[in-house]
Design a protein around this ligand. Structure first.
Ligand code: NDP
Length: 460
């Protein structure tokens, strides 16, 4: 049977763009459909604008630091409109580059939504055109998930709207304790908002190492963020411009903006996956195997829509492995182990590998090396921020199985450390490496003393 295209990709985000370009460059006839803007969540309403907002907000603290170094800065002010305008112009530029690169690779870029009609047929919703393809890649990403059963939830915004704020709110209430909640708490606080972060658990960043969680939680509070714990939102009400969040524990928090950062859902609604026979899990994520193949042999899925590890570089690698395997005769699987990741909190978090708790569960005996210290730069600024560095080592062979950093440049440091961890470096390899002085990262190669949990210390 002759198809219109060898490959049809739904979604021109990080994974879809990488896969479609590589397949087209290998000679395949490829089309990619995008209902919103090329670049996807990362470029348009995720990593890139978020990081610009982190940069914008960090200047408040830099201004304070400058005084400690003898500088006088008079009348420094922040112009939100100017910043937003510049940021969005940069996003437009990047999105344009994504679209251009796709076209330059010979891919047909279709600026509208595509939905399945059957396992080989897609319908373009706006033009009502029908297209057939030999292989189909679902790369539709994810979307913020707000608990719809909460009364008044329509008064809240998601991260999508945070990139289009007309002004910085005076008070903002942030619901959630994950990546997005913690990152926006730092951003909003740095830009001058009074921030209340409400988390339903005990300590933010569930899933991260306990020491990292405690450190980030404490730093949020130290930076003036009001953190309410054990607080599940049950209702939102509005009085004038003020929105009040009512919590299950009887507490309330009010602000002129309420952000729900309560996770993201895979983007599969209305995609017609049932018509194609593609199986999803209970959360609506497309189920795939290690080669990103669905239960239908010629349909694949990569990135957040599969809800594996929801990070841009992972979607890119999954898209690349798919294109190499299916169109370049280079069978490739992407290894999801030891993926470095960061939370752009203030100070930021950088992590690779296992938490101490997971390592203890997996290996029994582990050695832990950790330190907490004030960075040299802050000695003159009076800032009380602390750096945390932690190395988790499998005792049986001294292999470093986890590195956790909270502190300035942690994401930059961890990207390099991830190479060593991926290569299987041991603690002895770290120790053999000469320190670079003075730096924060040098602590990674000078940690000598094993940390003994108090319950394991001999009684004196
Ligand atoms: P996360 O899954 O990280 O966190 C969701 C938070 O919301 C958790 O604290 C969760 O609590 C809480 N929550 C969930 N449902 C409710 C509810 N009904 N009521 C109250 N609280 C609730 O999601 P995010 O939205 O922060 O981020 C989504 C994903 O995007 C991340 O997991 C990550 O993969 C990606 N991302 C990555 C970034 C990066 O790499 N720097 C930055 C931003 C996003 P609990 O802990 O109890 O489950």
């Amino acid at each position: 049977m002759a198809f219109d295209f060898d490959l049809f990709v739904i979604g021109a985000g990080s994974g879809g763009v990488r896969a479609s370009r590589l397949a087209a460059m290998a000679g395949a006839k490829v089309a990619v459909a995008e209902e919103y803007r090329a670049g996807g969540t990362c470029v348009v309403r995720g990593c890139i604008p978020k990081k610009y907002m982190v940069y914008a907000s960090e200047f408040a603290r830099s201004l304070h630091h400058m005084k400690g170094y003898g500088w006088t800065v008079e009348n420094a002010t922040y112009d939100h409109n100017m910043f937003m305008d510049r940021m969005h112009r940069e996003i437009d530029r990047l999105s344009g580059i994504y679209a251009r690169n796709v076209r330059n690779a010979g891919v047909e870029m279709i600026d509208e939504r595509a939905e399945f009609e059957d396992a080989h047929t897609l319908r373009l919703v706006k033009s009502n055109r029908t297209i057939t393809a030999g292989k189909i890649l679902i790369a539709t990403g994810g979307t913020p998930s707000l608990p719809v059963d909460i009364e008044g939830i329509e008064l809240a915004v998601s991260s999508n709207e945070m990139f289009h704020l007309e002004s910085i709110p005076e008070h903002i209430v942030i619901i959630g304790g994950g990546y997005i909640a913690v990152e926006f708490a730092g951003i909003m606080s740095g830009l001058g908002a009074r921030v209340c972060l409400a988390y339903r658990g005990e300590t933010v960043l569930r899933g991260f190492d306990d020491d990292v969680r405690t450190q980030v939680h404490e730093e949020l509070k130290r930076k003036g963020v009001k953190v309410i714990t054990h607080a599940s939102p049950v209702k939102l009400t509005k009085d004038g411009d003020r929105i009040t969040v009512h919590f299950s524990n009887g507490e309330m928090a009010g602000g002129d903006k309420v952000l729900f950062a309560t996770g993201r859902d895979p983007n599969t609604d209305g995609l017609g996956l049932a018509k194609a026979g593609v199986k999803m899990n209970a959360k609506g994520a497309v189920i795939v195997d290690g080669s990103s193949r669905t239960n239908i042999a010629h349909i694949f899925a990569v990135g957040d829509v599969t809800d594996r590890v929801n990070l841009t570089p992972v979607a890119i690698r999954e898209g690349q492995a798919f294109a190499q395997s299916e169109f370049m005769n280079l069978p490739t699987t992407f290894d999801h182990k030891d993926i470095p990741h960061a939370v752009f909190a203030q100070p930021p978090v950088g992590v690779v590998g296992m938490t101490e708790a997971d390592a203890r569960k997996a290996f029994g005996m582990v050695d832990v090396y950790k330190t907490r210290f004030r960075p040299m730069k802050d000695m003159l600024t009076g800032d009380e921020e602390r750096v945390l560095m932690k190395i988790v080592v499998r005792a049986e062979d001294e292999r470093v199985v986890g590195v956790h950093i909270v502190g300035p440049d942690a994401p930059e440091i961890i990207q390099a450390v991830a190479i060593a961890v991926k290569m299987g470096a041991t603690k002895a390899d770290f120790d053999r490496t000469c320190a670079l002085h003075p730096s924060i990262a040098e602590e990674l190669v000078t940690l000598r003393e094993k940390f003994v949990p108090s319950e394991l210390k001999p009684q004196t």
